[in-house]
Design a protein around this ligand. Sequence first.
Ligand code: CA
Length: 715
Amino acid sequence: MKTLHFAAAAISGLLLAACNSPTETPDVDTPPAPETFANVTAERLLNARETPAEWLTYGGTYDEQRHSLLTSIDQTNVADLGVAWTYDLATARGVESTPIVVDGTMYVTSAWSVVYALDAKTGEELWIYDPDVDRSVGVNACCDVVNRGVAVWEGKLYVGVIDGRLEALDAKTGELLWSQVTVDQSRAYTITGAPRLVDGKVLIGNGGAEFAVRGYLSAYDVDTGDMVWRFYTTPNSSKQPDGAASDAAFESIGNVTWGDTGAWTSDGGGGTVWDSIVYDTENDSVIFGVGNGSPWNQRIRDPALGDNLFLSSIVAVDADTGAYKWHFQTTPGDNWDYTATQTIILADLPLGEGGADRRIVMQAPKNGFFYVLDAQTGEFLSGDAFVPLNWATGLDEAGRPIETPEARAGNAAFFQSPGPLGAHNWHPMAFNPDLNLAYIPAQEIPRAYSDSSSEALAGTKWNTGYDFAAGTAVELPPGTLQALRATLKGRLIAWDPIARVARWTVEHENAWNGGVLSTAGGLVFQGKLSGEFVAYDAATGDRLWGWDVKSGAASGPGTYAIDGEQYVTITTGWGSAYGLVAGIAFDDPLPPMVGKVVTFKLGGTGEIADADLPMIDRSPKADVFGDAAMQTAGLQHFQRNCAVCHGELVLSTGVLPDLRWSDYAASSELWASVVSDGVLSANGMVSFSDTLSSEQLEAIRAYVLSQAHIPGAPD
Ligand code: CA
């Protein structure tokens, strides 16, 4: 036997020797080529469009068109797409991340700002970075503890953390390099947006305008985390200079648009820059979208009722200094949460003299108009309603909305469209520059804005100046829910910004929408709340492929190529604002919510594992108690304090617990231990003892149990 072994070894050695001619013999002394991780330079970012094998920044390129030049997957073969790999993000909270793919590695984020590095070809996990956020900050997040992604630069990776930190990580190891607090953490600031990298500076804004904050965009040094410039979007309460890049703009045009009294002087006025930031390479401008006023209700925010710059505006500043260049205000004197933070796309369209190319800015903000502006000057070129709306009849020659009188009446009887969730929300829009079509994830989710005495709202954590309890009743009249649901609509619109018309429209099952990817293969990809990922013909909207991803999918899809093979990827787990509040919108069953990265390729044979979703015992855990007056009071306190997280009328989508079936609702002591004593604050359910009396707590419990006992209550 020994002889045989020896013989086999000898033969192996001979074979090896035979296979390696002297010139091909590997030199064992030569170290392997250094692995590269996120070695992104200014040049690579500037050329991102020409290197479509990678996805280098949130919107794909600085223009943020989300249009890839990859063509391996096209209309003729998209039907052969199958699963390449999946990765479990281990969360049932909202996921909004667009993966960055660079040097063979995918960087993706999940709820609570956790960062994952994966092998982009196989999905193998390389490292995880958890910023270890105190879960009690979750109550500051209007729209779930989501994160839309990272930025990369010279071996580093940058992430905005939900509690207001901006952090730099080593792209190879996930090791923390620096951490900078970018907000006053004593106020309800959050960060959900993806940072952007421009010429050695990392740009980040924040959210929080549903509470009481003052918005701004900041630029930080990539190596040190030191602030380079900051542009505030509202004046400080005394209208004095901040020593910031925005000072000159407020002195010349901003301050006069604000009165001297009103809630803004203590609340900051809002105007958070929570999503869209693009870099216009031609004009060296950073162009960003500004959010709504705080509080929403302008009569309470600023009784002078001026335009309130720069709320709901698109603003352009100098990339090096942050100095003001131009602005366009989509909704002067915002009164309805009409943010202009939605996707900003830069393109060259034949809108110049004699049909010459002109560099333009496009946006479809919450207010329902599709805007085209000159990128150099901000000049208004066109604006058209892309959904039915009733707050304005159109725009004047300067692009200013012509409001309907009902829109500022603050009358609960006026069901306004769009509502605060907007005609378009954070879901990324895409643009195909060959067809000159913008793909808008559009929605119709109307709502009544009900003025109320500020007394009723004093102390509530949300600070909108509207009463979310108005017009609601303990027991809805028969048919009310069905009638409400019939008003909710979602669609994908292919909008022609030159002819200013929709070229095609696809109607969706649900109102809340999904982000879009356009490719030079003539395809448009979009995830849906119903749990499908779909490819459409970019020119006609014909459906060419669809896949059950076993979860609602709302984030921006991406595409990349490795070893010549094209991949298409999307993160699932829909969550976000609608995911918290809108259980009322759904018949059973609710769209499943499972946090995953799902990546496809031609001929992929992988499978998406069924989610191990917990079974919920949908039965009341205690009897109804309290009289009608108590339950009605409970309804009002619930709508004002609890509905934005646990669902309108206690109809939860399941992102956060459905209180109707909660054991905590069964006992007065257990209920108070959570809502008053904050025993679950480590999970994000903080104490409301500063907001609600023990009598009010019991009234809410009485209302919650009454809802649990309504026969045939919708799940
Ligand atoms: Ca808002």
